[in-house]
Design a protein around this ligand. Structure first.
Ligand code: SAH
Ligand code: MG
Length: 191
């Protein structure tokens, strides 16, 4: 609640993950016990704190965020929650940061995809490339306010999200499911 207050004071968009899904992220991370978690799209750090709350004491959260001003607020909120030492923030376009992480041979056990929607299929491919065996992928906003299910809506984000949802259902490396509450959350494990 304090993080959301700070974000409102700073005039940030009110698009943090829904509280119920934030709690679900904490719960999933608590079940999976991932040492290395990668979040794509940090905003004010709300989902990052939800992830960190479920992680083991030696777990590190890496967050990718394109806006330096948002990254700074996220850092400060994550510090306020007591997790400064376990948070790594990489500022820049996520596609570039992901390519660098792949090059460096980094691996992650849990992914939360929640940045620009047009790149979701690309982010999923990069997550699979960075995944340790059995890694979990969660992704927010798979319904896009209902537009992914509305045949009259065919903008670039909608088309990308439809493709993303198809991959969650059918990608040979994934076993996935779709939760249609709030704005939609996709879950998958990387086989
Ligand atoms: N995960 C956050 C909300 C993220 S909102 C939460 O639930 O608390 C989407 C975020 O993605 C915004 O902060 C936006 O600046 C960032 N973003 C948009 N395009 C991006 C890109 N190409 N690379 C990295 N971050 C991006
Ligand atoms: Mg979201």
């Amino acid at each position: 609640e304090r993080v959301l207050d700070v974000m409102r004071q700073q005039g940030m968009p009110e698009i943090s993950v829904a509280p119920g899904y934030g709690r679900l992220l904490t719960l999933l991370v608590r079940l999976k016990q991932p040492r290395r978690v990668l979040e794509i799209g940090a905003l004010g750090g709300y989902s990052g704190i939800c992830l960190l709350r479920g992680m083991p004491a030696d777990g590190i959260l890496t967050s990718l965020e394109i806006r330096e001003d948002f990254a700074q607020i996220a850092r400060s909120n994550i510090a306020m929650a007591g997790y400064a030492a376990r948070s790594e923030m990489i500022v820049g376009p996520a596609a570039e940061s992901l390519a660098r992480l792949v090059q460096e041979g980094r691996q992650f056990d849990f992914f939360f995809i929640d940045a620009d929607k047009e790149n979701y299929p690309h982010y999923l491919a990069q997550a699979i490339a960075l995944a340790s065996p059995g890694a979990v992928v969660a992704a927010d906003n798979t319904l896009l306010g209902g537009r992914t299910l509305n045949a009259d809506k065919n903008g670039p984000s909608v088309q990308a999200m439809r493709e993303f949802n198809r991959l969650i259902a059918q990608h040979p490396r994934l076993m996935g499911a779709h939760l249609p509450a709030y704005d939609g959350l996709a879950l998958a494990i990387v086989k």
